[in-house]
Design a protein around this ligand. Sequence first.
Ligand code: SF4
Length: 277
Amino acid sequence: MKITVDENAGFCYGVQRAVDTAFEAATLPGDVWCLGKLIHNDDCMRRLSEKGICVAKSPGEIPDGAYVIIRAHGEPQNTYEVLQDKGCTVIDSTCRFVEKIHKIAKNKSDEGCIIIIIGDRDHPEVRGILGHCRIGYTVADDTDVTSLFDTIPADSPVCVVSQTTAGRKNAENIAAKLKNHYTNCEIFDTICNATSRRQSSAAELAAQCDGMIVIGGKDSSNTRRLYDVCRELCENTVMVENAEELDADRFSGCKHIGITAGASTPAWIIKEVHSKL
Ligand code: SF4
């Protein structure tokens, strides 16, 4: 049996930076809080909690004057204002690729554009981007596009961005429809390369394998998408959060097993899954 770990599996640039920043911040004197779960990985969150980092669901839960880590997904503009009013020190780990979208959203809003975000409206990154728009809408599929056409007149100035982890095929399809309909439409390709690189290299690996394991948190959208990509090419694909969840017997008859992992999966978990196999 051959086992291949995809070279692009695991932490991306933005998540690695946020995790490193958090472990460093844990050594600061005083309260250190993270606004939302830093990453979709319980093992990593447990280690951070053991170092004394608390997690808040909203800025209101954070005590005045605390250190606050903003995760890679970023936050709406008003979060910064609330934290400033509370006398907190912000440690900003917003990924630079997300920051770029915030800048586009803000600048284009200032120019009078309506911002259309291709992505999942419930995802924190999308909520963060919306919080940098004067007027912003989200679209995820063709139904949303149709209702958008009923809401925004065709001659309005619109600016289109994508959630960094949006699926490229779907995003390009939606962008083409928007471009076709709106006469004054500017489209920015803001899908992160780390995600597409991970997706295409996982697809390449899945096509060669008769068993495929995708490691990542169940509430991580990029892991879910990675699973869908692999499942299309290798029917025997499973998604697990860690080695404990893996039923290794399922792969006993396989000749070649591939392993990939979402952006929030630490290297130590990939190693544990590999060892268990
Ligand atoms: S997936 Fe890309 S945009 Fe998102 S945190 Fe990672 S590097 Fe940044």
